[in-house]
Design a protein around this ligand. Sequence first.
Ligand SMILES: [Zn+2]
Length: 297
Amino acid sequence: MKYIILDLEWDGAYYPKIGRFINQILQIGAVKLDDGFNIIDTFDVTVKSSFTKRVSKRFAELTGITKEKMLAGISLDKAFEAYNEWVGHDAVTMTWSNSDIYTVLENEKNLLSGIKLRIEKYLDLQKYIQGEMRQRGIECTSQISLLNAANVFEIDIDEAELHNAKTDSTVCAMLLKKCYNAERLSAMIIDTSAPDFFARCAFKPYVIKSIDDVNLDKKQLIFACKKCGEQLALKGEWHYRNGALYAELYCDACGEKYFANIRARKLFDTVKIKRKLYVKRTEKSKSDDMSDMSAKV
Ligand SMILES: [Zn+2]
């Protein structure tokens, strides 16, 4: 198995043809690794923009790619061609978070006519490393930066050297070597020819905040009385607060009153739902339940 760690540098620029800003890829850097995650080859190409002669000040400062360096680069389609030839076949491509993939798709759609960057099998390295940190009992944020991950695993890097495609990839390779687990790594490799792979990359999960959301199955709003089993009626309306939908419900048959809450999160192909129903306490039942309540706190 061959591994590629791909790292792109891009700059936001206004693209008149589509009337908005686009993150245009201006550098493609990658390293090729053998089975032991040793670097056996490197790739480093600067891309010349097809529609602007400038780079942003921030981009130049971060990457060291000045306007002059960008203008001396090669076109994006030539860069993709050269990259595809360098990659060959049967490689697992990794990037630090899938935002690189998202940018590749945006560039292919808006700046190129047909050529695609070759990514056959894919692994989100940020997600993998975060999983390995949790395996080791290390707390981590959901989108840890490469620098922070390197610090956690005591990889000595010069912060100033980062944000250069090849350097970033080299740091990724070092991280991988430190946190390699064959089973867990291969479980996270995705075949990009699978249906919806790229749509999945572009999808952002979200919390459902309204009962009118098309992705919320209305059956989820129905609760049964815990006492008599009858369907509960709604008192007032459903409202959203702190990540959940809330409503007051009551039982017409036996008079019991309830609070219900639903936490619903839309993922790419499913909705994750947690439903809870609480008996609304009267003054008497509140004192009865005191021990239960303090246990919850
Ligand atoms: Zn009832």
